[in-house]
Design a binder for this molecule. Structure first.
Ligand code: GLA
Length: 362
């Protein structure tokens, strides 16, 4: 647990009243998930475990199923962490969403190399096929859905992002990824996942991609809007338009990596290759997050959940990227600072945002 015990938290009103309440029960029929690190199920402390089991019904592995982690070298698969996570989920009747099969980040170089040169399209497709068959096949029937392709759409110019996948294979690398995954586990749902795809331009390109896949006879079951938003900059109207637009394509809509950063950053993207440096002076909330900021965060989380609730016939799942503030990636990206982006604080207690969400959702 990456806890900073020196932090004084604002835990929200009346913690005793927490007893028996479950966010997951409150948001049903939508599912409620969170990302956990692969080793976490075994290493969680008692309060983390209690928090997880009370409020969430779905787990996404934060890192251990990503290509570079699960197959760092050709043919060498690291299954210990994902196996432990899936076992934990089975034991506690939690759903697991596999994340992710094809992505340009955390993706090993060997996939695209042939000796000193670049691998051919056929070689790369064969490696993709083997990767997907092995990973999806191993968890067949135990992972209910897969983020098959992550972040393939370009942020600005062009259609697809310029990646090694695109360069080596061409635009149909997306088609192949979905075909291989469908074949490897016909019972799993298959998703396209990306950030900023609620915003008009990238939304249009994403709709184009999903429509092309359909016209090629490929079934995609859902689309994941990551939801890494920033306090005071949440694009509520665009989120609503996006939910409606993706649902109109016949897709399940999911918010897959939700957090609400209380510290401004250059943009709402989540490109982990971008590193900005933050000076210590900018670690604004090192000792505590001011109640006024937590209050605004509560209002904005409340507005988000009210929106999701209005569209609960379209939104199948809301997953947070992390269990509590101490375990969020936003403490280290895009620079080291103390962040407070989730509903639960470092002591696993509900923040004002949790209270507000419970109010609007029940
Ligand atoms: C993206 C990816 C996630 C994760 C986050 C940051 O959103 O989809 O797997 O890496 O960035 O942690």
């Amino acid at each position: 647990m990456s806890d900073d015990q020196t932090i004084t938290e604002c835990a929200g009103p009346d913690r005793a009243s927490d007893a028996g309440r479950s966010l997951q029960r409150a948001v049903a029929p939508m599912q409620l998930g969170c990302a956990v690190d692969g080793q976490l199920p075994e290493c969680m402390d008692a309060s983390e475990r209690a928090l997880l089991l009370r409020h969430f019904d779905t787990l996404t592995p934060e890192n251990c199923m990503k290509p570079a982690v699960i197959q760092p070298e050709s043919g060498r698969f690291e299954f210990a962490e994902p196996d432990a996570l899936v076992r934990f989920a089975d034991k506690h009747s939690l759903n697991v969403v596999g994340h992710c099969l094809v992505w340009h980040q955390q993706c090993p170089d060997w996939l695209f190399r042939n000796g000193e040169g670049t691998a051919s399209r056929e070689q790369v497709l064969e490696r993709m096929r083997r990767h997907i068959y092995t990973v999806v096949g191993r968890y067949r029937g135990r992972v209910c859905g897969w983020d098959v392709v992550n972040e393939a759409v370009a942020d600005r110019d062009g259609f697809l992002r310029k990646t090694a996948w695109l360069a080596c294979v061409g635009e149909d690398f997306v088609d192949y990824a979905f075909r291989f995954a469908r074949h490897a586990d016909p019972s799993a749902e298959l998703y396209y996942n990306d950030y900023n795809i609620e915003l008009p331009e990238k939304r249009e390109r994403t709709i184009e991609l999903l429509s092309r896949l359909r016209s090629h006879g490929i079934r995609v079951d859902g689309v994941g809007i990551q939801g890494h938003w920033i306090l005071d900059q949440v694009p509520f109207e665009e989120i609503e338009r996006a939910i409606v637009a993706y649902h109109a394509l016949g897709l399940k809509v999911m918010i897959t990596e939700l957090d609400l950063d209380v510290i401004d950053r250059p943009d709402c993207g989540a490109d982990v290759s971008e590193h900005y440096s933050y000076s210590v002076e900018e670690d604004l909330y090192r000792n505590a997050c001011p109640p006024e900021v937590l209050g605004r965060q509560a209002e904005q989380y409340g507005e988000l959940f009210a929106l999701f609730r209005r569209h609960r016939d379209k939104v199948a799942r809301i997953s947070f990227w992390g269990l509590h503030d101490g375990s969020s990636w936003l403490n280290t990206w895009p620079g080291e600072r103390t962040n407070h982006p989730l509903l639960f604080d470092r002591r696993c207690l509900g923040k004002p945002a949790f209270e507000r969400v419970m109010e609007v959702i029940t």
